[in-house]
Design a binder for this molecule. Structure first.
Ligand SMILES: [Zn+2]
Length: 452
């Protein structure tokens, strides 16, 4: 079990009480003079997120209170695992969202630097399996993103998929290196061929063939130098996270398999490094994609859509009931919506409404942007069927989504997410670094749609 949780209460457990800001005065009036004096003398104010540690007469911690705006504000406990002294705590709300926020706030990335502090422990009184599934799956996403490329290149990302598959008896196949050309995945091969760690298509399958097919596609650019259109230093700093989409789909797959959702799951990850070398693909080159559409490389730094093109073509060939792709695709999506709000693109109105609603419910929001068809012209090429880049760069997230749309049949229920996969600053429950965004909402949606 995760070291931030316990399941058995004990005499030494410390009550942790959320108090509504608006009810604080009434709450205080009911407390004994000792507590009133303590809160007064320590200058406690009932701001949202304020935490008071209240001792007993012998000086031991006896109660913790935390003021909240609303009793649904589960993120308010997200900073407590490392704020409170080690020990076991019992919350006065048992909603599983609070335990999830606690678990997510207990995350530390310890591969290269030992942690100095253990998280305080929360008593989980209900839905332990569900809570653990969500928290551990998001830890997986964060760990994969946080791992530097030297330890998370295309082959290690494939190893991670194999390791994930094993306990669930999922099957992973890989098409590696020049075999990509033999099997007609030139887009994936061409983008990744300049890297010593060979490009590959990772293909995970799980579930009963009688169940509806859901296919997840994740962008697995393990490092993005930009290629010959090389990025400037600042633009390259975080590029280990350019496989964030792959990490997201593996985390979502883990949630699905752990929960045994009755779906036939397929996960496709084009895993490459966009490197600079003598054999790197060049601006102006033309690639014949799996679908047969020719792609002019306007810019080697718009590589994500190129590798996704072949993966989406393969995904669509099996006609899944639902096709989801997740990618750290464009800086333009961040310009439009900031780093914390993933952009969602789909032509399926009901799907858009449902996923949006589940995102709101889980406080894991996404925001729909349009697949505005008139902008497709910006991707025209004079020598190929499509260019991977637009001349003016306007509406970059939309034109990237329109590029992907070329590789998905019009009638298919398809949704594309363009997201940051990284917390640029820490928020309660969401430490700085790799992050799963929109995945809790998506899982909640899939759960509601498919769970029997
Ligand atoms: Zn790029």
């Amino acid at each position: 079990m995760l070291n931030c949780f316990i399941t058995e209460s004990s005499a030494s457990i410390i009550p942790l009480n959320l108090v509504l800001q608006t009810e604080y005065a009434a709450w205080l009036a009911k407390q004994d003079p000792f507590i009133k004096h303590w809160l007064d003398s320590t200058g406690f104010r009932n701001d949202a997120g304020s935490v008071a540690m209240i001792p007993n007469a012998t000086g031991q911690l006896s109660t913790v209170i935390c003021c909240v705006k609303a009793m649904t504000d589960f993120w308010s406990v997200g900073s407590l695992p490392f704020l409170l002294p080690s020990g076991c705590y019992r919350l006065n709300v048992t909603d599983s969202q609070f335990a999830i926020a606690w678990g997510l706030g207990s995350y530390q990335y310890t591969r290269y630097k030992k942690s100095l502090k253990k998280p305080a422990q929360l008593l989980v009184e209900s839905d332990l399996d569900y809570v653990t599934n969500i928290v551990e799956s998001i830890y997986l996403v964060r760990d994969l993103i946080n791992t530097p490329t030297d330890d998370m290149g295309p082959s290690e990302l494939a190893d991670a998929a194999v390791a994930l598959a094993k306990p669930f008896n999922a099957v992973v196949k890989q098409i590696v290196g020049e075999d990509l050309l033999k099997e007609n995945y030139a887009s994936i091969y061409t983008v990744g061929r300049a890297c010593d760690d060979a490009p590959r298509l990772i293909d995970l399958r799980w579930g009963d063939k009688k169940h509806p097919k859901v296919t997840l596609v994740g962008k697995g650019v393990c490092f993005d130098t930009g290629g010959l259109n090389i990025k400037v230093a600042g633009g390259m700093t975080l590029m280990k996270k350019d496989m964030g989409g792959a990490a997201h789909v593996l985390g979502l797959a883990r949630m699905i398999m752990e929960a045994k959702l009755p779906i036939q799951l397929r996960v496709l990850i084009p895993a490459v490094e966009n490197s600079v070398s003598g054999n790197a693909y060049r601006p102006g080159d033309v690639i014949t994609s799996r679908k047969g559409l020719t792609i002019e490389v306007g810019n080697t730094d718009a590589e994500g859509r190129v590798v996704l093109a072949d993966a989406l073509t393969e995904a669509a060939s099996e006609n899944p009931e639902l096709l989801i792709d997740i990618a750290t695709l464009t800086g333009a999506a961040r310009v439009a919506l900031g780093t914390e709000l993933p952009a969602m693109f789909t032509n399926d109105e009901k799907l858009a409404a449902d996923i949006t609603a589940y995102g709101v419910q889980e406080q894991d929001p996404v925001w729909r942007l349009p697949l505005f068809a008139l902008y497709r012209d910006a991707l025209n090429s004079s020598i190929a069927d499509i260019n991977n880049n637009t001349a003016d760069g306007y509406a970059g997230a939309i034109t990237a989504a329109l590029f992907l749309k070329e590789f998905v049949p019009n009638e298919m229920s398809w949704v594309h997410f363009d997201l940051m996969a990284w917390n640029v600053k820490a928020r309660p429950g969401r430490p700085q670094g790799g992050e799963a965004m929109g995945v809790r909402g998506l899982f909640s949606y899939l759960n509601a749609r498919y769970k029997k």
